[in-house]
Design a protein around this ligand. Structure first.
Ligand code: MEV
Length: 336
């Protein structure tokens, strides 16, 4: 038996633009996905949403898991019983599918090579490949890198000399080959005096559909490429503020980023409502992730008040500190 946990993520700046090589800043959050696998007579899966407990594993219903087992690990061992537990809202822009892929990759690694240290870079690439396979070939490595490495990651089409470089990766997308550099950013200690409050609209929104929507709009309106460039400038300003511990400036950059995401056509009425309702008790707020529903995020020193505002709008709040640890194998408990 082996168990692994992988955190979800929150994109602070640069979602969508990062698919085209512009920089994005993402942090891991406290909530995530835990997967336990063990040998069984048949292929079975359980997640907390199945009221009937374990059911027959259907690859079409679990494409990320199937891609990891079959294409990436070429696993040909005995059937597995897979238990998935998540405390992330799913389809909500919090990287639940990347966390699922990372937790599955880590659990299968531990299961097939017990005790051998996990290569986090390889795991990030596995997670990215699983994301791309289910997003019509358009996916940046942001979600999988934030979930596997933990902390604050900066993903960019070019190396950023002022940051610690971790690895490079690439992908052949429908628009051609794209490459990204993944960096680690050290945040100022002031940031620990604030919280991220995520607000789920209750509307699940498939990332693949949102990313293809942006690709379509870019084809029809080339001026949107300029908006992507402005998102890049906002991202750089936001990152500078994060490193300097200037919460007001981080918040201002978040507000500006939301306006640009609206122009890209990925916000909606409820997201806009929750974003504006939370502004008076936060440094800044914006939609986070793919949009079209999903989640918004506010940066605040008053998380309870912001969570209340989200509830008053009809959303579900989730409070998190910044940059928890990345994926890890859970140790077996010793029997007493
Ligand atoms: C999804 O969490 C973030 C997007 O930028 C897509 C991606 O980076 O693959 C919308």
């Amino acid at each position: 038996m082996s168990t692994a946990f992988a955190p979800g993520k929150c994109i602070l700046f640069g979602e969508h633009a990062v698919v085209y090589g512009h920089p994005a800043v993402a942090v891991s959050i406290d909530s995530g996905v835990e997967i336990t696998i063990e040998e069984s007579e048949d292929w079975e899966i359980n997640n907390q949403y199945n009221t009937d407990g374990y059911e027959k594993f259907n690859p079409d219903k679990h494409p990320h898991i199937q891609h990891i087992i079959r294409d990436l690990f070429n696993y040909e061992g005995k059937p597995l019983r897979i238990n998935v537990q998540s405390n992330l809202f799913s389809g909500a822009g919090l990287g639940s599918s990347a966390a699922l892929s990372n937790a599955m990759g880590a659990a299968l690694h531990q299961f097939t090579k017990p005790g051998k240290e996990i290569d986090l870079i390889k795991l990030s690439k596995i997670g990215h490949s699983a994301e791309a396979a289910t997003q019509e070939g358009r996916a940046s490595p942001t979600d999988s890198a934030a979930s596997s490495l933990g902390g604050c990651v900066v993903v960019s089409g070019e190396r950023i000399d002022t940051l610690e470089h971790v690895f490079d990766t690439s992908l052949v997308t429908p628009e051609g080959k794209r490459s990204w550099s993944i960096h680690h950013a050290e945040l100022h200690e002031n940031i620990n005096q604030s919280w991220l409050v995520l607000g789920f609209t209750g509307q699940s929104s498939p990332t693949g559909k949102m990313v293809s929507g942006v690709a379509e709009r870019l084809k029809q309106n080339h001026e949107l490429y300029e908006e992507m460039k402005s998102i890049e400038n906002i991202t750089i300003a936001g990152l500078t503020a994060l490193k300097a511990g200037n919460l007001e400036a981080v918040g201002m950059a978040m507000n500006s980023c939301h306006e640009k995401l609206k122009i890209l056509g990925v916000s909606n009425e409820l997201l806009d409502l929750m974003v504006s309702a939370t502004r008076s008790h936060s440094f800044g707020s914006k939609l986070t992730g793919a949009g079209g529903g999903g989640c918004m995020v506010a940066l605040t020193d008053n998380p309870t008040r912001v969570a209340q505002e989200i509830e008053l709008c009809g959303g579900k709040p989730l409070i998190s500190k910044f940059g928890s640890s990345g994926v890890y194998i859970k140790k077996k408990k010793n029997k007493l």
